[in-house]
Design a protein around this ligand. Structure first.
Ligand code: URA
Length: 211
């Protein structure tokens, strides 16, 4: 943990207020490895909130979630599912980039339980602010942050579970896992399943009715 106590998470439902406060967060040591807090972004009243693991190298540089290679896979999945990225809210369970050096490259390192827990108040604040109809966790870190350490995406993918406040949560794979598939055929199949999960999630939303 950093020496100074972290500034409190504001009791605000304004995403911009939260984003500005999170920029000064020192709740865990990742503040020393990431170059900036990468807060969530998207529609403040989004029906769907997508939660990834943590920013990667590109996101750390840009200060925006899912703008690198995994973001391109996510964009393809959203497009295939007929979901406009501009109408969802996208964030991460951990808001600083954790990495280890390999030569000149910064290689992603998985955040540990303490780091996920330190960031959880920010995720909770985003959920309170956006009040999504459905949260879709992208991969195990996000799913376990919200649904508990025993949650297995391989076993519970697509199931809908409610948080204590009643918000429904479901989980699918992380877009990076699709990039790691061994060949084009496997990547294609994994992308189809990912898009299917996103489409199924979107189909569960209450339609907006015209009066
Ligand atoms: N992977 C994530 O989980 N989140 C990002 O923002 C980028 C890559």
């Amino acid at each position: 943990m950093s020496e100074a106590p972290p500034p409190p998470v504001p009791a605000s439902r304004d995403i911009d207020v939260l984003r500005r406060a999170a920029a000064a967060c020192t709740a865990c040591d990742l503040v020393k490895t990431g170059s900036q807090t990468v807060f969530g972004e998207g529609a403040a009243d989004a029906a769907i909130m997508l939660v990834g693991e943590q920013p990667g190298d590109s996101e750390d540089r840009a200060g925006r979630p899912f703008v690198g290679p995994a973001g391109r896979v996510l964009d393809d999945g959203l497009e295939a599912a007929g979901i406009d990225r501009r109408v969802v809210y996208i964030t991460n369970a951990v808001k600083h980039f954790k990495w280890t050096p390999r030569g000149k490259r910064r290689i992603h390192a998985k955040p540990n339980g303490l780091e996920v827990a330190a960031c959880r108040p920010w995720l909770d604040a985003e959920i309170m602010a956006v009040r999504p109809q459905l949260i879709v966790c992208l991969g195990a870190t996000a799913a376990q942050a919200l649904l508990g350490r025993d949650f297995r995406v391989t076993k519970h993918r697509g199931e809908v579970i409610r948080l204590a406040d009643g918000t429904p949560v479901t989980a699918t794979v992380h877009p990076s896992s699709i990039l790691r598939e061994p060949d084009d055929e496997a990547r294609h199949a994994a992308m189809n399943e990912f898009a299917h999960d996103l489409r199924t999630a979107s189909a569960q939303l209450n339609p907006v009715r015209d009066c």
